[in-house]
Design a protein around this ligand. Structure first.
Ligand SMILES: [Zn+2]
Length: 575
């Protein structure tokens, strides 16, 4: 204890009184992890030892680095060039970890690290990783629900620990995230992942195990290579080697379990005992839906992976092409609808969330349409739309800071990135057609995506249509949602015995859209698509073979604030 106090005083002298205020926790990113992990599942214990590389991401030299791990782990050693470094440890409240607190080491580096320069550190830490729901229960979530969401733990027979955002089982360096402050956790995580893009991970994982067969170790859904297996003695010992270069999309996730493996061309399914039937369903569904995914998003660059979770109530989790899901509970749901999302991630990569997540959700709607028709897809999007109405502003935000910050190209709000982005892709498809949109997607190169306007330009190039009004209201700004209303409709018979309908539509909302208008008459219905700008009216005329009976604006393909004013019934025509 005394040495800690001494160190603290040393740092105070070093940095002056402004030390704590001036601490830049996000100054360094970690570009390389080379760690030996010792895991004793029956003790819930993790011990880590190895080397990490820190890169100064700021424009000024840095002498202090902050390293954070879960609060259930303790720092043992931090060294550079074989010299022990001075560091202070402190608990740091942050919801980026399931315990709600990080063990933070404030490290005095041996010398200033210049901007963009790197420094290697040897580190060691250890502790336990138990089920912990603190961060959720302290914001009022009932324990039962919290357990289903924060299920990470090292446990006998089954270990599953997701990385940053759930369990800091490897060092990170972030500002505090707060679950009670809207998108705070998403924002902190998004920044961390962007900084970590291109970082490399090499792990040697040694785990004890009891009984037969030995478990399987997976990192990000990839099988770690066994390098040593000792069955003699109790417990047995298994060492494996895992390499990963996580993308901005991946949450480094470590799994240790007695998984069976089912391989199909587009997917690998890891399943726990007695879940073979559910695993087959997933694998078969992946094979069935792979052609649709390839048609839209090109050939797979990776295999989708599905790994079983032990607890039947565990909330599923995705990390790029990897899906963690309790297979025992998923048999009744549509495995095709689920797996098509991961297949899309395995085929198509973008560093931009509205593209990457939006297209994977859009693929799910396409899948439903292919199975059950357009209405099924619209119903599926309907569930997302109602969630969207909760997060979208319902008043005019023009000119506000929020309008740009929460735009689809900037936001880190998951609801917007999933639900709204999916609807945007669907609307684009309705506007420009399958062929043009497929071509735009095929021409996308993630390495050339250096500007938010890149994808919109590709779409414009294929559609030959000016869609800047649409991109303005849906991508570059958060203008909320449209609200369509049929203001008036009037039909009159023509001398040629047809009918002329005069229709006035209103968009009371704050975003423009192209929307279908469905006109029913005795012998059928017709659909007309109209472009309706925010806070504006449009009057147009349609000729039809018999008297129109009912008019409906929006078939559900455009997210909208209020749908109660979308239908208009016409009186019987006067003879
Ligand atoms: Zn996804």
């Amino acid at each position: 204890m005394r040495s800690r106090i001494k160190t603290l005083c040393f740092l105070c002298v070093l940095c002056g009184a402004s030390f704590c205020r001036s601490l830049d926790r996000e100054a360094f990113s970690i570009t390389n992890y080379d760690l030996n992990l010792q895991i004793e599942p029956e003790q819930h214990r993790l011990g880590a030892r190895g080397k990490i590389t820190l890169r100064n991401d700021t424009a000024t030299p840095q002498k202090i680095a902050v390293l954070q791990i879960s609060s259930s782990l303790d720092w043992r050693v931090i060294r550079a060039a074989n010299k022990l470094l001075q560091y202070v440890t402190q608990p740091y409240t942050s919801d980026i970890d399931h315990t709600g607190v990080l063990s933070e080491a404030i490290v005095t580096l041996p010398q200033d690290v210049a901007p963009h320069a790197t420094i290697d550190l040897d580190i060691a830490y250890e502790g336990v990783i138990l089920l912990d729901t603190t961060r959720l229960t302290r914001i009022g979530m009932p324990e039962d629900l919290a357990k289903n969401s924060d299920w990470d733990r090292i446990d006998e027979d089954f270990t599953a620990i997701r990385g940053s955002g759930n369990v800091a089982w490897y060092p990170i360096a972030t500002n505090a995230a707060n679950l009670s402050e809207g998108a705070s956790l998403f924002e902190v995580l998004a920044r961390w992942r962007n900084r970590q893009a291109g970082s490399k991970t090499h792990l040697k994982v040694t785990t004890t195990f009891a009984g037969d067969p030995e478990p399987r170790v997976l990192l990000n859904g990839a099988n770690c290579e066994p390098i040593m297996l000792e069955r003699v003695g109790t417990p047995g010992l298994l060492s494996t080697e895992c390499n990963a270069q996580p993308s901005q999309r991946d949450t480094p996730t470590l799994l240790i379990a007695r998984y069976g493996v089912m391989e199909k061309r587009p997917v690998t399914v890891y399943f726990l005992s007695n879940h073979d039937a559910a695993a087959s369903k997933f694998a078969d569904a992946a094979e069935t839906s792979a052609p649709l995914v390839q048609e839209w998003f090109g050939p797979a660059h990776d295999k989708a992976k599905v790994a079983d979770l032990r607890d039947a109530n565990a909330t599923s989790f995705e990390s790029g092409p990897l899906l963690l899901v309790p297979l025992s509970a998923s048999t009744s749901k549509s495995p095709g609808l689920t797996v098509v999302h991961q297949l899309t991630h395995a085929s198509f990569f973008s560093p931009r969330s509205w593209i990457y997540e939006g297209l994977a959700h859009y693929a799910q709607a396409l899948y439903l349409e292919s199975q059950k028709g357009r209405q099924a897809a619209l119903d599926y999007m309907g569930a997302h739309r109602s969630a969207l109405e909760q997060v979208e502003p319902n008043s005019d935000t023009a000119g506000s800071e929020h309008e740009v910050k929460d735009s689809l190209v900037n936001t880190s709000d998951e609801q917007l990135l999933r639900s709204k982005a999916m609807c945007v892709w669907w609307m684009l498809r309705d506007m420009i057609g399958d062929a043009a949109l497929k071509k735009a997607i095929a021409s996308y190169k993630p390495e050339q995506d250096n500007d938010p306007t890149y994808m919109p330009h590709l779409i414009t190039a294929q559609s030959q249509r000016d869609l800047s009004w649409f991109f303005d209201d849906w991508l570059y700004h958060d203008r909320g949602l449209p609200d369509f209303k049929i203001e008036s409709a009037y039909a009159a018979s023509t001398p040629t015995k047809s009918f002329m309908l005069t229709l006035t539509l209103d968009n009371l909302g704050t975003a423009a859209a192209e929307v279908p208008v469905i006109i029913k008459f005795a012998s059928g219905e017709m659909t007309k698509r109209v472009e309706l700008h925010a806070k504006s009216k449009l009057t147009f005329r349609v000729e039809m073979p018999s008297a129109p009976q009912e008019i409906r604006v929006n078939d559900g393909s455009v997210p909208e604030g209020d749908v109660t004013n979308n239908t208009f019934r016409l009186p019987e025509p006067t003879k």
